[in-house]
Design a binder for this molecule. Structure first.
Ligand SMILES: Nc1ncnc2c1ncn2[C@@H]1O[C@H](COP(=O)(O)OP(=O)(O)O)[C@@H](O)[C@H]1O
Ligand SMILES: [Mg+2]
Length: 410
C-alpha cells in the first residue's frame, strides 16, 4: 500500500519536473533581449567603436544600421549599451522604438518631451546645438519614420551635422527597401554621411547555436530533439536567416506538444507522459508558418508568388548581371552559381536540364527572355524587366535582399 503511494508520488514529481523544465524552456526561447549574444562579434565591435570614437569623444556623428528582421540588430545594440553603461553615464541616452509612434511627425514632440525641450522641432534643433551633455539618440524600427515626403528622416539625420551639434544618432532600419531608398540620398550629402553597418542573415549553424544556447540556459537540451532544432535552422536559414522566427517556431512546437497532451489527458485517463518535442512537431509548425511551399520545395504554386527554385534562379541572374558587364548570362554559368547558392542554403538544386525548363517558366511569365543555342549550356538568359522591379515581381524582399547582400556565393 505504502509502496504504491510512494510510487505514485515519485511519478507525479517526475512529471512536474518535466513540465517545469518545459515552462523554463518556453521562457528561454523568448525573443526579448538575450542574456548571451552569440556570433555578431564584428557588428558588436563596430557599434562599440562608434560609441568610443564619437559619443565618448564628444564628437557628433551618425550610424545607420540595416538588416532584415530577426538578424539581431536590436539585441546587439541593447547588449552593447548595457555593457557600456558606466562609460555612457554622462551621456544623455534616448531610445525610441518608432513603432510606438502614431505618425512619423510624432517623433518631434516625443523627443522634445524626453529631452525636456519646448518649442517643437525648432526648439529641438536649438537645444541640440546649444552647450550641454552629449546626446545619444537611438531610433529603432526607423522604417516607421518613412513618411511620404521623407522629410522626417532627412531632418533627423541632419541634426548631428548642424554647427555645434552635440548629437550622435543611431538609426536602425528593418526593411531593406528603406536602406535602398534612403541611404544613397543620405550618403550623397557629403556633410552628413552616416557610417553604415549591415547585419547579414544568420546561417543555419548560427541559428541552431542560438536555439541550442537558449535550451542550455534552461537546462532543457533533451526536451527538444537536436535533429528538430537542426531542421528548423535549416528551413529558416533557407528563407530568411531570422533568429526570431527560429525561436518562435521552436517555442510553438513545444506548445503544440503541450496542447496535444492536454487533449489526450482529457480524452482518457491514460498516464500523461510528457513527450519530447521532435521533428514532426517542428515540421508541422514550419508548414503552418511558411505554407506547403516550404514543406515541399518543388511545389508548383500558381498565384502571386514564385516557387523557391525560380526565385533563387532570378536572384542568381541578378547577382551575375550586377557583378559582370553583360546583361546576357549563359545557362551554364547561371546553373553553376545557382547550384552554389542552393548548397549554401541547404536547398536541393535542380539539374541543368530542369534549370532550363524553370527558365522557360520564367520566360512565360515575362521575367526573362531566352536565346536558345544548340547546347542547353550555351542558352543565353536575359532579364526582361528592370532590375528594380525584380523585387516587386518576386514579392519576397527578404529573400532577395539577403541573397544580394551576401553577394555571389563561393
Ligand atoms: N546573436 C544572438 N544571440 C542570441 N539571441 C539572438 C541573437 N540574435 C537574435 N537573437 C534573438 O532573436 C530575437 C530577434 O533579434 P532582434 O535583435 O530583435 O532582431 P532585429 O532587431 O534585427 O529584428 C532577439 O530577441 C533575440 O532574442
Ligand atoms: Mg529590432
Amino acid at each position: 500500500m505504502l509502496d504504491l503511494a510512494s510510487l505514485l508520488l515519485a511519478a507525479l514529481l517526475t512529471l512536474l519536473l518535466l513540465l517545469q523544465t518545459r515552462g523554463f524552456m518556453k521562457r528561454a526561447l523568448h525573443t526579448a533581449v538575450p542574456e548571451r549574444l552569440l556570433s555578431r562579434e564584428a557588428e558588436r565591435a563596430s557599434v562599440c567603436s562608434f560609441l568610443e570614437e564619437k559619443v565618448l569623444q564628444r564628437l557628433p556623428g551618425s550610424l545607420y544600421i540595416s538588416g532584415a528582421p530577426g538578424t539581431g540588430k536590436t539585441a546587439c545594440l541593447n547588449r552593447v549599451l548595457q555593457e557600456m553603461k558606466a562609460e555612457l553615464s554622462s551621456v544623455q541616452t534616448v531610445l525610441v522604438n518608432c513603432m510606438s509612434l502614431r505618425s512619423s511627425h510624432a517623433i518631434f514632440p516625443l523627443l522634445a518631451d524626453k529631452l525636456r525641450v519646448s518649442g517643437g522641432q525648432k526648439g529641438l534643433q536649438r537645444s541640440l546645438t546649444a552647450p550641454g551633455p552629449m546626446v545619444l539618440l537611438v531610433l529603432d524600427e526607423m522604417d516607421q519614420l518613412d513618411s511620404k515626403a521623407q522629410d522626417v528622416l532627412y531632418t533627423v539625420f541632419e541634426w548631428p551635422y548642424l554647427p555645434q551639434s552635440r548629437l550622435c544618432l543611431i538609426g536602425i532600419a528593418n526593411a531593406l527597401d528603406l536602406t535602398d531608398r534612403i541611404l544613397p540620398r543620405l550618403q550623397a550629402r557629403p556633410h552628413c554621411c552616416p557610417l553604415l553597418l549591415h547585419f547579414p542573415p544568420y546561417s543555419r549553424q548560427e541559428l541552431a547555436a542560438i536555439v541550442q544556447d537558449r535550451l542550455a540556459q534552461a537546462s532543457a537540451e533533451g526536451v527538444l530533439d537536436a535533429s528538430a532544432v537542426q531542421f528548423c535552422a535549416r528551413k529558416v536559414s533557407a528563407v530568411s536567416g531570422d533568429a526570431r522566427k527560429a525561436l518562435d517556431i521552436c517555442r510553438r512546437a513545444v506548445e503544440l506538444v503541450e496542447s496535444d497532451e492536454r487533449k489526450k489527458a482529457g480524452d482518457s485517463q491514460s498516464e500523461s507522459n510528457a513527450s519530447r518535442v521532435s521533428l514532426p512537431q517542428v515540421a508541422r509548425v514550419l508548414s503552418e508558418v511558411y505554407g506547403d511551399r516550404m514543406a515541399s520545395q518543388s511545389g508548383s504554386s500558381e498565384g502571386e508568388s514564385f516557387p523557391l527554385q525560380q526565385k533563387l534562379l532570378i536572384c542568381c541572374l541578378l547577382l551575375l548581371i550586377r557583378n559582370g558587364k553583360s546583361k546576357e548570362i549563359v545557362l551554364g554559368k547561371l546553373h553553376e552559381v545557382y547550384s552554389r547558392l542552393c548548397a549554401q542554403r541547404q536547398v536541393s538544386a535542380a539539374g541543368q536540364g530542369e534549370c532550363l525548363s524553370l527558365c522557360s517558366l520564367l520566360e512565360s511569365r515575362g521575367i526573362v527572355a531566352l536565346k536558345k543555342a544548340r547546347e542547353a549550356r550555351l542558352t543565353k538568359v536575359f532579364l526582361k524587366i528592370e532590375e528594380k522591379d525584380v523585387e516587386n515581381a518576386l514579392k519576397d524582399r527578404t529573400l532577395l535582399g539577403s541573397i544580394l547582400a551576401a553577394g555571389l556565393p563561393s
